[in-house]
Design a protein around this ligand. Structure first.
Ligand code: AMP
Length: 307
């Protein structure tokens, strides 16, 4: 199944209790593609970068089957820059800087070659841009997956609600699900959010795993207990990349297969957090991925005899 990925490509500065880095490659689309390219190729990317974005980073992704025809390069401008600082628990972070730079002019034009895609992954971006991409697709993709964040709930709620009506799967974290629905119970929140449009809802809970809701069905995938979480930046996007990559590889968008998809997403996210930025994702092999997925199977497998 063909996959189009839309999102930011960025420079990030990250501070965690374990270290600090002033400039590293990031962006929602970058992480999605690093993860998904282990399962499906080509990946047709839609984004915007400045002349400062390193050619070797584009080359490394191109070698993983990422197509940049839909990535606009504004030679004389700067790429999107984001900076964040994590608290000791690593589940919460403060955004220190968001310099939109080229993202401020982002008006993606979908190349002809991207038409007819099966899965459209809308990484975290301004909802009006997410809508514009959906509207440019002449045939509706079989599955539209969307990520978003609290920032858009506060600044672009009307557009966000319009976007929600157009997508099949929404991915948010637990606090965003509560904010969007006004419900503390995640079960009630899931019911309300499904009424806003998406038939499937994935709620990410960081080190506490992820929940998949569809109608009255719920599935839970734990996060792998790791010795050290070094940097959680991009874990959500990496999860999304593993999820859509798995669906594209298996050509199956059923609820049953989405359950496996969230295990694959969780496995990919567990690599992401082990090093700064996407560094770990750049070095893993398919052998590492299989071994990690096996660890998940062992983690949740148990025998029980009912009395
Ligand atoms: P995550 O940790 O999964 O939420 O993703 C972090 C990535 O999202 C970073 O690499 C940032 O460059 C990117 N990012 C942060 N804020 C935004 C935003 N407002 N729009 C698009 N991308 C963003």
């Amino acid at each position: 199944m063909s996959l189009v990925v839309v999102g930011s490509m960025a420079f990030d500065a990250i501070e965690t209790p374990f270290g600090k880095i002033d400039k590293i490659i990031g962006g929602s689309a970058t992480y999605v593609s690093w993860a998904a390219s282990n399962f499906t190729q080509p990946i047709k990317q839609v984004s915007i970068i400045g002349g400062d974005f390193p050619q070797e980073e584009l080359d490394a992704l191109a070698a993983k089957g990422v197509d940049f025809e839909g990535v606009e390069i504004l030679k004389d401008e700067k790429s999107f820059f984001w900076s964040g600082r994590y608290h000791m628990d690593m589940n919460t972070r403060d955004t220190l800087v968001t310099d939109l730079n080229v993202l401020a002019h982002f008006d993606p034009q979908i190349p002809e070659n991207y038409q007819g895609c099966d899965i459209l992954m809308l990484g975290n971006l301004v909802p009006a841009v997410q809508i514009s991409v959906i509207e440019q697709m002449r045939t509706r993709p079989r599955l539209i997956v969307m990520d978003t964040m609290n920032f858009w709930m506060e600044t672009a709620m009307e557009d966000l609600q319009r976007a929600l009506k157009m997508v099949d799967v929404l991915m948010v974290n637990d606090s965003e699900a509560r904010q969007l629905s006004g419900e503390y119970s995640l079960v009630k929140a899931a019911m309300k959010i499904q009424k806003m449009g998406p038939q499937y809802l994935i709620i990410k809970k960081g080190e506490h795993g992820a929940l998949l809701f569809h109608k009255s069905n719920v599935f839970f995938a734990p996060a792998l207990p790791l010795d050290d979480v070094f940097d959680p930046t991009g874990a959500g996007d990496t999860f999304a990349g593993g999820f859509v990559g798995h669906l594209a590889r298996t050509k199956d968008i059923s609820f049953e297969n989405m359950k496996t998809g969230i295990i694959v997403g969780s496995a990919m996210a567990s690599f992401c957090v082990e090093q700064f930025g996407p560094n770990k994702l750049k070095e893993i092999s398919s052998h590492d991925i299989h071994a990690r997925i096996e660890e998940f199977v062992d983690l949740v497998n148990f025998d029980i005899s009912l009395v």
